[in-house]
Structures are given as C-alpha cells and as structure tokens.
Design a protein around this ligand. Sequence first.
Ligand SMILES: Cc1cc2nc3c(=O)[nH]c(=O)nc-3n(C[C@H](O)[C@H](O)[C@H](O)COP(=O)(O)OP(=O)(O)OC[C@H]3O[C@@H](n4cnc5c(N)ncnc54)[C@H](O)[C@@H]3O)c2cc1C
Length: 392
Amino acid sequence: MEKLPIIIAGGGIGGLASAIGLAQKGLASIVLEKSAQLGEIGAGIQLGPNAFHAFDALGVGDAARKMAVYIDNLRLMDALSGDEIARIPLGDDFRNRFKNPYAVVHRGDLHRVFQDACKASELVEIKTSTEVVNYQQDGAGVTVIMKNGKRVKGCALIGADGLWSKVRKQIIGDGAPLVSGHTTYRSVIPYDLMPEDLRWNAATLWAGPKCHIVHYPLSDWKSFNLVVTYHNDAPKPVAGLPVSHEEVRKGFEHVAPIAQQIIERGKDWKLWVLCDRDPIMNWVEGRVALLGDAAHPMMQYLAQGACMAMEDAVVLSEAMEAYSGNIEQALQAYQTRRRLRTARVQLQSREVGQHIYHPDGAHAALRNQIMGTKTAEDWFEVMSWLYDGLEQ
Ligand SMILES: Cc1cc2nc3c(=O)[nH]c(=O)nc-3n(C[C@H](O)[C@H](O)[C@H](O)COP(=O)(O)OP(=O)(O)OC[C@H]3O[C@@H](n4cnc5c(N)ncnc54)[C@H](O)[C@@H]3O)c2cc1C
C-alpha cells in the first residue's frame, strides 16, 4: 500500500470504525470531521448480533460489550388493542444461533468506543472543524479540498460523511435524499419516569396505523430511550429540531391508553424527518468510495444503519489488506461485497414500515395472525440473512 494516508471524510460511527479497521491492517488514515467536536446525539441505538461480529473484527469487541444493555426480548405490540403480537426471545438459544447477543446502547457510548480506539492508535489522525467540500484525483492519489481552502493529499478517499454526503454529490450527483413523509421524535427519559408496568427488559415496538412507538432501557438502566414515529407527510428534511409535546401527541391520539402513556412521559422531544435513497450499484470512482449512510442511507426500521456502516468498515479494511498496492481494485472488491447486502437492508427497511409497523384494518389483522403464530425458531430463520453477518 502506498505511503500516503487514506483520507476519511466524516467522523461518525462509519468513519471512525473505518479508521480503526484500517489501523488494524497497518494502514494510516486521517479523519476529517466538520463538527468542532466528535460525538453523537444523546439517544439510543439497537445492535443486532451482526454488529458484534463487526466489533470483534474491528478489535473493539471487549469495549463494546461492556457498555451494552442486554435485553431479553424483542416485543411487537398492537398499539390499538394493547395486546402482544409477537415476542422474540434473545436468550441462550438466540445467542447460540447467532454466536452473539442483541443489545441496546447509548450512541455516545458506542461512538466513544471507536474514539478511544482511534486515539490509542498511532495510525489514526483526527481533525475536527474540517469540512470536506470537494476532491480531485489522478492515477497517483486524491487531493481533498476543505471549506477553509486547505488541501490534504491521500492515497484514497472514503466518503463517510452521512446522508448529505459531499463526496456522494461529486461521485454520483443524485440530488437530495428522498423524503419519506414519516417523522420520528426522540426523547430519553430517566428510569423513574417510565410507567412501572412498562419497564420491560426488551426492545418494544407498538405498531399502529401510520405510527409506531419504540422503547428500550439504556445506560445501565438509568434511562429509557423513546423513539416514536408517525406519517405526517412532512415535505422537507429536518434533523434534530426541538419540538413541542403537543406536536408529538398529535400522531398518537388513536392508540390505546397504555401506548399513549409512553408518549406522555417523553420530554425535550426532537424531531427527524426520515429520508433514505434507492439502492445503487456503484458508489466507487477510482480511488474514492462511499461508506455508511453516504453510500446506502436507509429508514431505521430494521435498526441497521450503524450496523451496516460497521460491516462496511470491516469489509473495506479486509479489501485494502487483500489488494495491498492496488487501491482501485480494493475499492471495487469492497463495493462488490457490500452493495447487495446493503440494498436488501435499505429495501426491507421500507417494507417493514409499510407491512408490519404501520398497517391498519385487515392488513394489520393479517400481520397479527401471521406474526403471532411464529415460533422462536421461525424468527431465527427469518432473521438469519441479516444477523448471521457477512459470511453467508
Ligand atoms: C431515528 C433513528 C434511529 C436509528 N436507530 C438505529 C439503530 O437502532 N441501529 C442502527 O444500527 N442504526 C440506527 N440508525 C441509523 C444510524 O444512526 C446511521 O445509519 C448511522 O449513524 C450512520 O453512520 P455514518 O457514520 O454513516 O453517518 P453519520 O452518523 O451521519 O456521520 C457522518 C459524519 O460526517 C460528518 N460530516 C458530514 N459532512 C461532512 C463533510 N462535508 N466533511 C467532513 N465531515 C462531514 C458529520 O458531522 C458526521 O459526524 C437510526 C437512525 C435514525 C434516524
């Protein structure tokens, strides 16, 4: 591999996971992050067993396992009747089947695992307050141009700069992401505020017509993460805007009192108008490639965006090692191994929203009938393509 470092645009989960994956293979990188400080919003994130396969491959398995809350079940509830539709046990049988647990974590804790690993590595340099706007490349390398006019030269550029990626704009130029018309509201509440009869050791999803509610414990059970979503046909993308309780309540007036009381406990709500993109077959141009949300932004309905970004980082670093000396081939190999798996997650995330989380009437009754009769083994089979991780 050449002497110049690999430049990574974006210090989110995907960017830092890539830096640490490359360092494990002996490859130096510079992470350019536009924010003044590295970090993540104060909310939770779910991690399927495939995320733990990725942690291990990236050499941060022990640190990642320490900060997780291990839940007993995934529960699907009917938000109109208040009844349970399905329950997927995450105990020994699940762990033996997928060789790893299912867990929930605070985003800040997860990001810190990668930050700490990057800081401990001599092969990773992180520059904050550094926004990438553009790049130029020739056969010998890539010159990355920053907003302040400065330039940095690398042997490759990885665009891990998220949903609104500048690198994507240049490689693909496919305009703004697609606005779904679904709006998500997030809140983290202290343990004591959660209604006592709902302090479940589960990631729970209440599915209702055009809406759903998710909650799970966080940070050693000190708090609960609330993520609630409804269709309001919001026309424009918005991220992280503070919003009134009344606006959140409006989307859930039709659900059962037990589900409504979860909304009532939320405070300091912030909203995200959800966006994704259609999958694409090419996200590589010469020595430049996309990774994470920049490459394959998806609805969060399978809780897999960050998991996919970490898997990308594993595959990228393996390809860079396997094709050492030929970056263009390495990036092609990375893309070939990732594009259909991530396309499947993008498309199925949309489908899950439409057919499982948000239907009404006969469609919802059919969902309840089909999902309510599945055994744990059936569920493991349904999820194996995703949770088995990379190697199938
Ligand atoms: C409501 C919600 C719930 C979710 N729940 C889950 C879940 O449970 N499990 C899961 O796996 N995923 C979940 N996701 C998805 C997950 O959050 C994302 O897929 C993941 O964070 C993407 O990581 P990334 O590093 O690719 O992008 P980002 O996290 O967007 O990071 C991009 C980074 O690049 C920086 N940047 C942007 N532009 C530039 C530039 N021009 N120059 C330099 N830096 C730049 C940004 O500041 C940021 O730090 C959820 C998403 C949402 C919206």
